[in-house]
Ligand binder design. Sequence first.
Ligand code: FES
Length: 95
Amino acid sequence: MPKAEVTFEDIGVTLAVPAGTRLIEISEQAGAGILYGCREGDCGTCMVKIVSGAEHLAEPSTLEDQVLKDNLASLDTRLACQAQILGGHVVVRPA
Ligand code: FES
């Protein structure tokens, strides 16, 4: 299975994970400070800044796009419960 790497800038931890993993699952493993609520792409609590490697994340769904817009999120923001890493190396920090 293809591998990917995620670095959590807030705690200085990098984890290797299978491609297709959602950022929130990786954050839980790493003990990073990304908060969450619904885990269904609805509440907007889990917003994260993508510091680098945004091109390695699956495109946001219509639902994710709408929640980000409703929360006036900047373009480098994603929902950790929705964003799946596809490969490569992504660096994130809590929004
Ligand atoms: S936890 Fe609610 S949108 Fe991600």
